[in-house]
Ligand binder design. Structure first.
Ligand SMILES: NC(=O)c1ccc[n+]([C@@H]2O[C@H](COP(=O)([O-])OP(=O)(O)OC[C@H]3O[C@@H](n4cnc5c(N)ncnc54)[C@H](O)[C@@H]3O)[C@@H](O)[C@H]2O)c1
Length: 339
């Protein structure tokens, strides 16, 4: 049987780094696309790469025609803090970029007469709880609750989800002959923590920044309060979720957008776990009011029962396993000899 072709946009990012490796080991032909040069460390997993802007629709369409992907993992985006610094650019990349990809994919798939799966990593940033009291009293937030984001990142992610659903189900609704070829699947991820890469641009980045900084023997000053609770997920679980939903038969999916969750933890609890291993280091708290406001609007827990029921989602890493079996050993290895 021919190898399945997977195109990964934003392939050079944190998620892309691990996803390319996993796709290659699963036997996919891997096509990478990023506005930046692909890190040579991950080029071994790639059959072909394109240094292209996702907002260049003509190039995206010709790449689709040349690469002929069965699946697109559409990761290219501006994350929350980076997006807040330049909302216009974030909107252009996160919304227009997604629109152009969906439109090109629909045209390409229409000509090829074959469905194309678009897997989209969305975020808990689509939620906007009005205040801390509501956050503290809300239990596990489901996909349809509190979808009133306060950040441009959350707004663009929610819009992109809805564009995907539109292209799959309602594109050119007035034309009864319209054939639709997009199969859109989105995951709402919590903050992701990778042992391999240092993140930049996310508002949940205090967690991975804390781990990577302390592991280098330095102290860390957190930009959120110690009692801040958010849901997090170890990067290997995020990769598992992306590949699992991509490979699930469509008839099993009762919705297009799924929460996926792993564990919730406070900034102080993360600090405790890491300081235990690097006792010569310290964590201080100097909350940035704007970034604190953003994390206070995100839920402490999300309800992922639909993902568990429909496509058998479950995380392999709880908090203890994430820190003790994944993060601490990997970051210790990464920075050994640097202190
Ligand atoms: N990291 C997290 O905690 C997290 C949580 C929830 C959702 N997500 C989503 O997962 C996806 C990947 O996140 P990540 O952590 O790897 O982000 P990242 O910032 O590490 O990577 C994003 C990649 O997109 C590329 N990119 C940016 N603008 C582009 C453009 N115009 N054209 C082509 N490529 C462009 C960047 O060069 C970068 O390599 C994003 O869509 C993000 O919103 C991430």
């Amino acid at each position: 049987m021919d190898k399945k072709v997977a195109l990964v946009t934003g392939a050079n990012g944190e998620v892309g780094h691990l996803l390319l490796d996993r796709l290659a080991s699963k036997g996919y032909e891997v096509i990478a696309l990023d506005i930046k040069e692909i890190d040579p460390a991950i080029s071994i997993f790639i059959n072909k790469s394109y240094k292209t802007d996702i907002t260049d629709e003509a190039s995206i369409e010709s790449i689709l025609k040349e690469a002929k992907p069965d699946i697109v993992f559409h990761l290219a985006a501006y994350l929350s803090t980076a997006a807040e610094k330049d909302p216009d650019l974030a909107h252009h990349v996160n919304v227009d970029g997604t629109l152009y990809l969906l439109r090109s994919a629909q045209r390409y798939s229409f000509e090829a007469k074959k469905k194309i799966i678009i897997v989209f990593p969305s975020s808990i940033a689509v939620y906007g709880l009005p205040d801390l009291t509501t956050k503290n009293s809300a239990s596990f937030v489901s996909e349809t609750q509190f979808t009133t984001p306060i950040t441009i990142y959350g707004i663009t992610k929610l819009h992109a989800e809805n564009l995907g659903i539109y292209f799959e189900k309602y594109y050119k609704l007035l034309n009864p002959q319209q054939e639709r070829y997009i199969d859109f699947r989105a995951l709402r991820f919590p903050g992701l923590i990778s042992a391999m890469t240092i993140p930049s641009g996310g508002t949940s980045d205090y967690a991975p920044e804390m781990i990577h900084t302390l592991a280098q023997g330095q102290n860390y000053e957190s930009f959120v309060r110690e009692d801040t609770i958010l849901p997090f997920m170890a990067m290997p679980d995020a990769i598992k979720a992306l590949t699992l939903i991509a490979e699930t038969p469509k008839e099993k999916l009762s919705q297009n957008v799924y929460n996926v969750s792993s564990f919730s933890i406070s900034a102080a609890e993360i600090a405790q776990m890491v300081i235990k291993v690097f006792p010569e280091t310290m964590v201080g708290y100097n909350p940035d009011p704007a970034r604190q406001k953003i994390v206070d609007s995100w839920p402490a827990n999300i309800n992922d029962t639909s993902a568990r029921r429909d496509w058998g989602w479950f995380p392999d890493f709880d908090a203890k396993k994430t820190f003790e079996n994944y993060l601490i050993p990997e970051v210790t290895k990464k920075y050994s000899g640097q202190k």
